[in-house]
Design a protein around this ligand. Sequence first.
Ligand code: NOJ
Length: 445
Amino acid sequence: MIKASDFGSDFLWGVATAAPQIEGATSSYGKGPSIWDNFSNRNGKIKNGHKMNVACDFYHRYQEDIALVKLLGFKIFRFSIAWSRILPAGRGEVNQEGLRFYHRVIDECLTHGITPYITLYHWDLPQALEDEGGWTSFSINAAFNAFVSICALEYGDKVKNWIVLNEPFGYTSLGYMLGIHAPGKTGLSNFFPAVLHTAIAQAEGGKILRAEISNANIGTTYSCSEIIPHTQSDNDLLAAKRVDCLMNRLFVEPAQGLGFPTGDWEVLEKFQMEYGTWRLQDRMRFDFDFIGLQNYFPLTIKYNAFIPVIQAWEVKAKSRKKPHTAMGWEINANSFYNIIKQFAAYPNIKNLMITENGAAYHDKVDNGNIVDAERIEYFKIYLEALLKTKRDGINITGYMAWTLMDNFEWAEGFNARFGLVHTDFKTLKRTIKYSGYWWQEFLKN
Ligand code: NOJ
C-alpha cells in the first residue's frame, strides 16, 4: 500500500483551485468583468447554461474552505488571483477591496500553517484588455507585467511561491483557436499571436517576480499528455509528433531559450518566419525554479488528411474500449510516468512539481455520503506511477490534487465534478467525499 512517507518527508502535498472556478462575486466588491464572466453569459457556450456569478462562493466562504484544506491534511493551497479583481479595467486604477481580499485568503492560509502557491493567470483575462485584442495584441505584455508587479509588491513579503501562468496551451488553443473557451476566438491568425505574447508573458512575469521578491520560488505550469501514435506507420508517427509539438513542447521550449519547436513541424517554422519569433528568443527565456506539470490523460493520435493544418485526429479512449473518467479521458497511469520522464529529460529543468492531477466522476450523494471509489483508485495508481519516477531519480518535489471542491469546470459548467469535497450548487453545502477522507488518511502515513 502506497504511503505519503514513501515520497520522503520534504515532499510537498497540496490541493489546487482557480479564482474563476470557485470565487463567485464576479461583479461585486469593485471587480471588473473578465472574459469568462462574459463568455459564460453568452447563450450556448456553457453546458446547461450554467453561470459563474456564484460558483462555490469562495469569496465569502474562504475560511470554511481553507479549514477543509487543513482538515484533509494538505500543506499547500494553490489558488489564483483574478486580474480584474485587482485591476477592474485590466490596467490603471487598482481596486483596494480586491487587494484586501487576497490578503485575507493568504493570512487565513498562514494562520493554519498552509503555504499559499499563487497562480497569476488562470484564464480570466479582464474584458477591457480583450477589447483591445487580448492575448493576440502586443499591448497585453505591458499590461500583464504591470499586474505582476502590483501582486509581487503587495504580497511578496508573505508569499514566496508563485506560478506565472496556468496551462498556456489550454487557453491559447481552446480560447483563441477552437473558440470553445473564452474569449471564443478561432483560427491560426488569433492562435499564433496569442502563443507569442503568452510565451513572452511567462518569461517576463518570471523576471519581474525574481526582481521584486526576495527568495521567491518561481514556476509556471503546463498541461501535458503522452502522445501515443495509433500505429507505427510513418503517417501516424509524424502526426503524433506534430501533436506533441503543440501540446507538450510549445511553451516549455521557448522558456529554456530553445525557441518554438520549429524543426518537427513546418507550420511552426512558418509561424516563426511570419512573426519573427527568433528575434524574441531572449525575451521568451526564463530560468524557472520549478516547472508545474498538469496531467490527466494520454492521447492516441492517428493521421487524418481531412483535418486542416495538423492532419491528426484523436482516437478516443471510449472507442478503444479503454477505462476513462466521466470526461471521457483515458485512465492510464503509465502515461503519467512517461510524460513526466519526457519533461525531466530537458537538461535545464531543475525541479518538477505536479501542479494538477485528478479525475471527474458522476458522484452521487447517498445518505449524506459520497462513495467515490473510482476516484480513490485513480489517485492510487497515479501516485504509484509518480513514486516510480521519483525512485528513478527524477527531481520531483510535490504533488497537488485537482481539486479541493467541485467547481465551475469551464465549458462543462457544474456538470464535471473533480472535487475531493462535494459542492451542492443549490445550497453551497460542502460534503467531504470518501476520496477526501482517503487523502486525509494517506497524508497521515
Ligand atoms: C486544467 C485547468 O487548469 C483547470 O482549470 C481545470 O479545471 C482542470 N484542468 C480540469 O479540466
